[in-house]
Design a protein around this ligand. Structure first.
Ligand SMILES: [Mg+2]
Length: 237
């Protein structure tokens, strides 16, 4: 199986015992492939991986789907990355969004996306209009993150492209997440788990989806719960 998991609130979260169990499982079983799918940038993920306790994934989808990297070689996965790059309008996205009230730019180094913090005072309608005019999507997540991405680029779509490159069938994939920027992974039809403690809007949007388990346990506990719940993944436990 391939576990494609968000990091913050998901693979990095949960009780010490649940983390220990899942990390050990992923490390020992060679038939479990691991992919991180995160809103973080690659530098921030590589910094996390300096901790040997955290299992190393084969691939890292960063920037909410805007970049995809093979970890061992640190090389971008092609043609997926070039296709994304071609859709990105360039640095003038940031210039144009300077006009929007209440947007706070995140300082992290980024390619093919722009990230901001927002709050109740942010003029999201104007931001959305600018994004539209630049052929970009605007994604809100966790009640504070606002991302501008090339149109159609998101976690679910980039994961699907990666699986195409790896010739891996969908039914062997389990996705895991906890906030709205994970929604596209469920929407595209992957079997998935919304882990305990998830953003209320993600819970509301995934209610009744037959491919999705809303787990009770937080983070890694929710992933273990899903592996036991989906019949095809139970044998990996
Ligand atoms: Mg998260």
């Amino acid at each position: 199986m391939l576990l494609a998991t968000d990091l913050d609130g998901t693979f990095l979260a949960g009780s010490a015992a649940d983390k220990e169990q899942l990390y050990e499982l992923v490390r020992i079983r060679e038939d479990i492939q691991l992919v991180f799918v995160t809103g973080r940038g690659i530098r921030s993920v590589l910094a996390l991986l300096e901790d040997p306790y955290l299992p190393r994934p084969e691939y890292i989808i960063c920037d909410v789907g805007a970049t995809v990297t093979h970890l061992a070689s640190l090389i971008s996965v092609e043609p997926v990355q070039s296709d994304i790059a071609r859709l990105w309008p360039g640095d003038h996205v940031r210039e144009q969004l300077k006009a929007v009230k209440g947007l706070l730019h995140q300082d992290a180094h980024q390619q093919y996306r722009c990230s901001y913090y927002y709050d109740d005072a942010t003029d999201i309608d104007t931001a959305r209009e600018i994004a539209e005019s630049l052929h970009c999507d605007l994604v809100l997540s966790a009640g504070k993150y606002l991302d501008i991405l090339p149109r159609g680029v998101n976690k679910g779509n980039t994961l699907q492209q990666l699986l195409g490159v790896l010739s891996l069938p969908h039914h062997e994939v389990l996705v895991a997440g906890d906030t709205m920027n994970d929604y596209t992974m469920y929407e595209i039809g992957f079997k998935g788990v919304v882990v305990g403690g998830a953003e209320p809007e993600l819970l509301a949007r995934t209610v009744g989806m037959r491919n999705v388990l809303q787990a009770g346990r937080i983070g890694t506990g929710g992933i273990l719960e899903a592996m036991a719940w989906f019949p095809e993944f139970g044998r990996y436990l």
